[in-house]
Ligand binder design. Structure first.
Ligand SMILES: [Zn+2]
Length: 493
């Protein structure tokens, strides 16, 4: 037995020596994670993607998805092998036109071994042919693929891509997208960006969407169902595409009354955050049973439940503010989640003020006073909350309180300059909490290390009353509080 195994092994080793150039020792596998300590296996090392072309077909009746992903990337090291993150069944992988070996490993890794190793800096085209039933796949014991009575939805954070396309699944590797999906006639397919074309053939209708600005993998969405698609243009000139399940029942009117305000709210936010960073905006409300909303780029995902108590513009403000804070400017690591959530929540406070339902300062005072010093709320550090607390309420409310503390420290002129300047400083790229502190210090001319440490990193209630109004007792609850609170279920699976 030993001999029989040993002999072919020796032969293979000999032929490898002949096939690989002298420098082969430097060719190593890319790491199975991109290096995020919160999620060590998310994303991959060794390459950087510039574009995903997804040509898919989806059958709602059976939840069968099949198609081809063509991924344009460039190697960032001498690479003998690399991973994609993916759960469906792969039938073929090609790298630069040549069939590659592939194998599943870990919870969601697809290991690809090209026929010849790839030198650092090589442009590569990876073609993955695949099929499968997404609802049958899990990783770490969970699934974020949502089937609906008439289709399915991929929209979750931080993981949604594994169930429908192979990727380098981390916000550090953003790319542009063409997403083309064929669905049975009478069914619609929604994705990000602009609808380039639709065509029908032999009972199938193909929807082709384009996102021409860099987009994180988790912000790439797919929704299939019987949808009513509406189009308009905001007063400021932003094209708006919204979609609603034809089966929203009693929530239909409230959903439309909220989401049809998208153009108005994009224009209003532009006044605070600068020019809208993308070529289209919008949202969709499928008939899912989830409770959250997600800032999927240019096409926000809303659960019908967000509108169970009537129209809710506060959640629309939150998700649209993310288009600047979270989508155009993405976090560097998941520990930087405050860059996203602290500011999306603060935008809700500004909207409350705009609506005459309580000022940002009143909301800050209320948050500060509502949580006594021994409340676990103060043990969560929004600046680095840990993976288990990434979407804790403190990241939102204490996070927005920190924004108000910054505003009071540097004054309105500098604060609003920071608020509007930041999305342009890092447009279509990535940034961290530390980057934000440096930027705010540069714009305001003030040292802010102590302020950031107090409000974002210390696991105790800040004693400083400087950020909040002097208040001996709990202030009156601002009128907008319950509406804002109703949007707390905005993330998580
Ligand atoms: Zn959010």
């Amino acid at each position: 037995m030993h001999r029989r195994i040993f002999a072919p092994g020796a032969l293979a080793a000999a032929s490898l020596l002949l096939a690989i150039p002298a420098s082969a020792a430097s060719y190593t596998p890319g790491t199975p994670g991109i290096g995020d300590p919160y999620y060590p296996n998310y994303g991959n090392g060794g390459y950087d993607v510039s574009h995903y072309d997804l040509r898919l077909r989806y059958q709602p009746a059976t939840d069968e998805l099949d198609g081809t992903a063509t991924i344009l990337a460039r190697t960032t090291q001498d690479l003998s092998r690399f991973d994609l993150d993916f759960l469906l069944d792969v039938s073929e992988v090609r790298v630069n036109g040549v069939k590659a070996a592939f194998a599943e490993s870990g919870e969601h890794e697809l290991e690809v071994t090209p026929k010849t190793p790839l030198a650092k800096g090589t442009a590569i085209t990876v073609v993955v042919r695949y099929s499968g039933v997404p609802s049958t796949k899990t990783a770490y014991g969970f699934s974020t693929w949502h089937r609906t009575p008439d289709g399915a939805v991929a929209a979750d954070e931080p993981e949604a891509a594994w169930w429908w396309y192979p990727s380098n699944d981390h916000p550090l590797d953003k790319a542009t997208y063409d997403v083309s999906v064929a669905v049975p006639d009478g069914t619609q397919a929604i994705s990000n960006g602009t609808l380039q074309s639709t065509s029908s053939k032999l009972g199938w209708t193909r929807y082709t969407w384009r996102q021409n600005k860099p987009q994180a993998t988790y912000l790439t969405t797919l929704a299939v169902g019987r949808l009513d698609i509406t189009t308009s243009t905001s007063e400021g000139g932003v094209p708006v595409v919204n979609a609603y399940s034809k089966d929203l029942g009693d929530n239909d009117g409230a959903a439309r009354a909220g989401v049809e305000r998208t153009g108005e709210i994009v224009d209003w936010l532009s006044g605070y955050l600068g020019p809208y960073p993308f070529g289209s905006a919008g949202g969709y409300v499928p008939n899912t049973t989830t409770g959250y909303a997600l800032e999927t780029q240019t096409r926000v995902y809303y659960s019908p439940r967000q509108f169970a108590n009537g129209s809710n513009t506060s959640v629309v403000v939150h998700e649209l503010a993310h288009q600047w804070y979270g989508d155009s400017v993405s976090l560097k690591g998941w520990k930087d989640i405050w860059i996203n959530e602290g500011f999306a929540r603060y935008a809700q406070w500004l909207w409350s003020e705009h609506e005459g339902e309580g000022t940002a300062q009143e909301l800050a005072d209320y948050v500060y006073a509502s949580h006594p010093a021994d409340d676990a709320f103060w043990t969560v550090a929004p600046g680095d909350p840990g993976p288990d607390n990434q979407f804790d309420i403190a990241v939102y409310d204490r996070g927005a309180l920190a924004v108000q503390a910054l505003r009071n420290e540097i004054g309105d002129d500098a604060f609003f300059a920071v608020l509007k300047g930041w999305p342009q400083e890092h447009a279509y790229a990535n940034a961290s909490v530390a980057d934000f502190q440096r930027y705010a210090e540069r714009v305001s001319g003030k040292p802010l290390a102590a302020l950031f440490d107090t409000w974002l990193f210390q696991p105790v209630k800040p004693a400083s009353a400087a950020a909040v109004a002097e208040a001996a007792s709990v202030p009156v609850q601002p009128t907008s509080w319950k509406k804002i609170e109703a949007t707390n279920d905005v993330h998580g699976h």
